[in-house]
Design a protein around this ligand. Structure first.
Ligand code: FCB
Length: 480
């Protein structure tokens, strides 16, 4: 098929380009190298080919919710530029690409028959990736819940989990002959707590107790989705969930600070990890949250369903999370992200920061990976997202220089390599993101891509980090 060679194929090395820092190969043969994206953040085409509205369409149209009033209506127009974008992935020598399917394109109202034109888009994308030897990693849910399901209660309604399983089966029916790697949910922590407790994300509800029912129904959706894909897909499937596990740290070894770590770790990490990988909710989390809910939404048999066998865990990591016992200054706004932890403080530690004001610390990634490896039966892991927002701009030479991002990615890859040499079973690394895109409540104001997007023209320009990443991958694959 004919593919447009876009401006992304800039070969010249930008000034300030740094060669990869390490000489020896440190990642196993067959390790997947890629970049990640998600449907609402890149596709645009919000009302084309029968797509229905999602909670993010509604949220983005609600005044005051998104910086600058931005929406994903056009985003980076990937729905029309997908072939150019696949070519870009291939040119960078990546062996894998992580993307999500948009539920409202496939079932516009979240239930009922398939909208074939919606699924056709992903079918073409998968074929094109495979034609270039790029392994598709498909995520079924990256936050764009069909609005009709939210109108019926969204993730606080148990029925949404069953609707998700139906949708997962429909996607597997069509793509399960070609897609091997499936992820049910991306970051259920964000869907539940940012969506239903702090209200920073769609649907913007602020009910901490209710957000714990969303946690459970997301967990249930994961288990039911795993079953649905495994039963339906005809190819071998590798199933996973992607969690944004918090690397929870504190500022002293005082008992009350360590207790703060235990509580945040419970509600941020173990409330997902334990049911998915061990088949129970941690007792301490149930006790810590009893003021907010009695957990009576958990029904007999649910935990067995949630504990469906998975083949790997996807981990998204950006920054460590610092917590401490209360400092007496009153509730910290961050606490709404951790129901039951309203009395804790979330100190700002002295670390370098990204343009999101997120602290940078690659050692915390190493610690997190070793902890999951140790506590959860050496489960195979992928880094499904890692990267940084940076104040990137096109220089007078027409290039985008982002040495900060090169340093960030290099340091985090080093942390992954150290985890591998310490015994962790790491299977792949996806940088977030392939392109600059719609960064949720921050709109287009935060740039995470290794590829710059000039939004008015939709021109793609490789940043110096993309050149660097290409060379790093080539060397690790033994091609350079
Ligand atoms: C993660 C999301 C992803 C992106 C990055 C920066 O929480 O999964 O969509 O926004 O953060």
């Amino acid at each position: 098929m004919t593919v447009t060679a876009g401006p992304a194929r800039v070969a010249a090395r930008p000034e300030g380009y740094a060669a990869p820092a390490t000489a020896a190969r440190r990642f196993p043969v067959g390790f997947y190298w890629g970049a990640a994206s998600s449907a609402y953040q890149i596709e645009g085409a919000w009302n084309e080919d029968g797509r229905g509205p999602s909670i993010w369409d509604t949220f983005a149209r609600t005044p005051g919710k998104i910086r600058n009033g931005d929406t994903g209506d056009v985003a980076i127009d990937h729905y029309h530029r997908w072939a150019e974008d696949v070519r870009l992935i291939a040119d960078l020598g990546m062996t894998a690409y992580r993307f999500s399917t948009a539920w409202p394109r496939i079932q516009p109202g979240g239930r009922g028959p398939v909208n074939t034109r919606g699924l056709d888009f992903y079918s073409r994308l998968v074929d094109e990736l495979l034609a270039f030897g790029i392994t598709p990693f498909l995520t079924l849910y990256h936050w764009d819940l069909p609005q009709e399901l939210e109108d019926a209660g969204g993730w606080t309604n148990r029925d949404t989990a069953y609707r998700f399983a139906e949708y997962a089966g429909l996607v597997a029916q069509r793509l399960g002959d070609r897609v091997e790697y499936w992820t049910t949910l991306n970051e259920p922590w964000c869907s539940a707590y940012l969506g239903y407790s702090s209200g920073e994300h769609a649907p913007g509800r602020t009910e901490p107790g209710v957000s714990l029912s969303a946690v459970h129904h997301l967990n249930l959706a994961h288990g039911l989705g795993v079953e649905a894909v495994r039963e339906t897909a005809v190819s071998l499937t590798q199933l996973a969930a992607t969690l944004n596990l918090a690397a929870v740290r504190t500022i002293s070894d005082r008992e009350e600070d360590l207790e703060a770590v235990r509580r945040v770790d419970g509600v941020a990490n173990r409330v997902f990890l334990d049911p998915m990988l061990r088949g129970f909710y941690p007792e301490d989390v149930l006790a810590d949250t009893e003021r907010l809910t009695d957990w009576s939404f958990v029904r007999d048999g649910d935990l067995k369903t949630i504990n469906a066998r998975i083949d790997a865990l996807g981990i998204n990591y950006y920054n460590p999370t610092f917590v401490a016992a209360t400092d007496g200054s009153g509730p910290d706004p961050v606490s709404a992200q951790f129901p039951g932890c309203e009395d804790l403080s979330y100190p700002q530690v002295d670390l370098p920061r990204t343009a999101m004001n997120w602290p940078i610390d690659a050692d915390s990634l190493h610690g997190l990976l070793m902890r999951v490896h140790r506590d959860y039966d050496a489960i195979p892991m992928f880094i499904t997202e890692n990267g940084m927002a940076n104040d990137d701009y096109v220089g007078p030479d027409g290039q985008v220089h982002d040495p900060e991002r090169i340093a960030y990615v290099a340091d985090h890859l080093d942390a992954v390599a150290r985890a591998i040499s310490d015994g962790a079973d790491m299977r792949g690394y996806f940088t977030w993101s392939l392109h600059d895109n719609f960064e949720w409540a921050h709109g287009y104001g935060k740039r995470f891509g290794i590829c710059y997007v000039d939004y008015p023209t939709q021109k793609r320009i490789l940043k110096s980090s993309a050149h660097w990443y290409r060379d790093f991958i080539a060397r690790e694959r033994g091609l350079a």
